[in-house]
Write a protein that binds this ligand. Structure first.
Ligand code: SF4
Ligand code: SF4
Length: 278
């Protein structure tokens, strides 16, 4: 089973839920941190890293000795990532989506592919728990290709918990696609509700069953609960504000290590999801 843990808004406690549920379950679990722009699950899980891999993507390079300036490469590129200017052809690697279209259409075979670095993937473990995360190269604008590479580490024989990036755009869709369940983490504030609605819209398009965790549930107002009821979105867990949880988070400690009574609650959360997914 693949559970993707997402939130329309950053800072709602998504990583707290992902890491504590994973550690509560112990072995037979893998955590894929797909928040590649700002991965932080490792700060809590503290895995022993045993593999580091550089991830690249192919981008075009033009041999001007062969090029006849016909413009076919620029015509096919949907991202304006290759243009003909005067007597030269300029590829813009930062805009390139590595579709290979320009290479295919060039009648002179003047375009070859070179590699652009996207970032790195680190793989490790904490006891029986497998851990993988991606770290996007500083200055790299496109995170979905790296997220896809992290998702390729999904193993069919274990429970996969995906820590998705915040938001509702391409990166989070890439992290949610193919999941059996999306667990949305929100907070009961107008901002939380606003972004939750966007996240629910995205999950509906993907057609994945979903449920809700309300963090700092005793603060704010009741609007998130009202909305959840209207949408038929099950509230699977509520985490009240507790200074000890906030302090544990700020120190990089796991909630279940500092307050072991929470282990049962995170296990119960998993069993509720298991029941929904069947
Ligand atoms: S590989 Fe695709 S996206 Fe990149 S420059 Fe060529 S046509 Fe454009
Ligand atoms: S398609 Fe090939 S030959 Fe035509 S402009 Fe582009 S690189 Fe040059």
């Amino acid at each position: 089973m693949i559970i993707s843990i997402a939130s329309g808004k950053g800072g709602t406690g998504k990583t707290t839920v992902a890491t504590n549920m994973a550690v509560s379950l112990g072995s037979g679990v893998q955590v894929l941190d797909c928040d590649v722009e700002e991965p932080n699950s490792h700060l809590f899980i503290q895995p022993t890293i045993e593999e580091v891999k550089t991830i690249t993507t192919p981008v075009p390079e033009v041999d001007m000795d062969k090029c006849t300036l016909c413009g076919k490469c620029a015509e096919i590129c949907q991202f304006n990532a290759i243009v003909v200017i005067g007597e030269t052809v300029l590829p813009f690697h930062e805009l390139c989506h590595s579709c290979g279209g320009c290479v295919e259409v060039c009648p002179e075979k003047a375009i070859t592919e070179t590699e652009r670095e996207l970032g790195i993937i680190e793989k490790g473990h904490r006891n029986g728990l497998e851990f993988v995360h991606g770290k996007l190269r500083v200055g790299e604008a496109m995170s979905p290709p790296l997220i896809k590479k992290v998702r390729e580490y999904t193993r069919p024989d274990v429970l996969t918990i995906v820590d998705a990036p915040p938001g509702t755009s391409c990166p989070v869709i890439t992290a949610m696609t193919g999941a059996d369940f999306v667990l949305l983490v929100t907070e009961p504030t107008p901002f939380g509700l606003h972004d939750l609605k966007l996240a629910v819209g995205a999950v509906k398009i993907l057609g994945i069953p979903s449920g809700l965790v309300i963090n700092r549930s005793d603060m704010g107002d009741d609007q998130v609960r009202v909305y959840a009821e209207q949408e038929g979105l099950p509230i699977l867990m509520e985490i009240p504000f507790d200074r000890r949880i906030a302090e544990a988070y700020s120190r990089g400690d796991m909630v279940v290590d500092v307050m072991p009574e929470w282990k049962e609650k995170f296990l119960e959360l998993y069993h509720r999801i298991e029941k929904i997914v069947g």
